[in-house]
Design a protein around this ligand. Structure first.
Ligand code: ASP
Length: 322
């Protein structure tokens, strides 16, 4: 018998639709009666919190990470986290960075609430439990299971506002599938070292670059700013009018991390013109390869909360697989 801990945190997966079609939080979690379908797997459910995921903060993520660490120490075989899909990728990546689990840790959610036709919540939950109970999911960090696919927390992202096939891994693809026969993995994953933290710093911001951008938004950041992530243009470039304000931020000691606003590919420094990647890197901008803006922000928060600074922080953030 495998023993899986299900930590529920809210989101559409635990919500219901009203007669007028609005989706609202429900008092009783519809996922609590799944035991009939789970031969050989015992599920213990716990409500960690019950929030729409736009209400979830890094402090909630840290509490989840600490609860999972405790459960692993107590001998649980695997953990499933149910979560709203809007910020699911951020929580999953936070867990991926801060845990070093030997047991499977799987995050799932739903695009349709429990009483809607074609609701995907119970199905995704079941798939996540089967994945968490599978030997193949061990030592793979945090995984995201949605719509029959298994993705790494590191690279998966929500790509559609409403479609059930919303979770995708640009550039690299899913790492496995859940089907009627079982759970299958098709890629070896690169292990990373967990970064232990006991608090989270708050003032790390994310800005997206656009044609004609200047320094106004950079200069508007509060003096309490602890870090900034910029979703830059293309391969990793910025409009020249941003540069004086960017330089002021870097001179103040604010770590500035750059990713690409492109859906696929990685940010790199190979354009050598004013505002090009070569120029930005020379100024001290930290390039983060392969992560999207919201994930790079989580990584910067975790690195800073761990006390990393300067070159050590740059190294940690720069490499998406460390
Ligand atoms: N707005 C919802 C949430 O993230 C969406 C969902 O769960 O799918 O809580």
């Amino acid at each position: 018998m495998k023993h899986i801990l299900a930590l529920h945190t809210g989101g559409t997966i635990s919500m219901t639709a009203t007669d007028t079609g609005d989706v609202v939080p429900s008092a009783i979690n519809p996922l609590l009666d799944l035991s009939a379908h789970l031969e050989g797997i015992e599920v213990t459910s716990e409500e960690a919190f019950n929030l729409p995921s736009p209400h979830v903060t890094p402090a909630h993520m840290l509490a989840l990470s600490q609860r999972i660490r405790q459960a692993e120490a107590a001998g649980i075989d695997g953990v499933v986290v149910t979560h709203g899909t809007d910020t699911l990728e951020e929580t999953a990546y936070f867990l991926d960075l801060t845990l070093d689990p030997t047991i499977p840790v799987v995050v799932t959610g739903a695009m349709r609430s429990a009483n809607e036709i074609g609701s995907d919540g119970r199905y995704n939950f079941l798939s996540a439990i089967r994945t968490a109970a599978s030997a193949g999911a061990r030592h793979k960090g945090c995984l995201v299971v949605m719509n029959d696919e298994i993705h790494t927390a590191r690279f998966v992202t929500k790509t559609h506002t409403t479609n059930v096939a919303t979770f995708r891994t640009p550039t690299f693809g899913p790492v496995g599938l859940v089907n009627k026969d079982g759970v299958r993995f098709f890629q070896e994953l690169i292990n990373q070292q967990a970064c232990r933290i006991d608090h989270v710093i708050a003032k790390v911001f994310l800005l997206k670059a656009f044609a004609g951008m200047d320094g106004t938004l950079f200069d508007a950041l509060p003096t309490s700013t602890q870090g900034l992530v910029i979703e830059a243009l293309g391969a990793g470039n910025l409009p020249p009018a941003t540069l004086p304000a960017l330089r002021r931020l870097i001179d103040r000691g604010v770590p500035v991390v750059l990713v690409s606003r492109c859906f696929n590919g990685v940010a790199e420094d190979f354009y050598d013109y004013e505002g090009g990647g070569v120029n930005l890197k020379k100024m001290g901008v930290i390039f983060c390869q392969g992560l999207n803006g919201q994930k790079a922000r989580i990584k910067l928060i975790v690195g800073l909360s761990n006390g990393k600074q300067g070159a050590v922080l740059a190294d940690y953030v720069n490499n998406a697989i460390s």
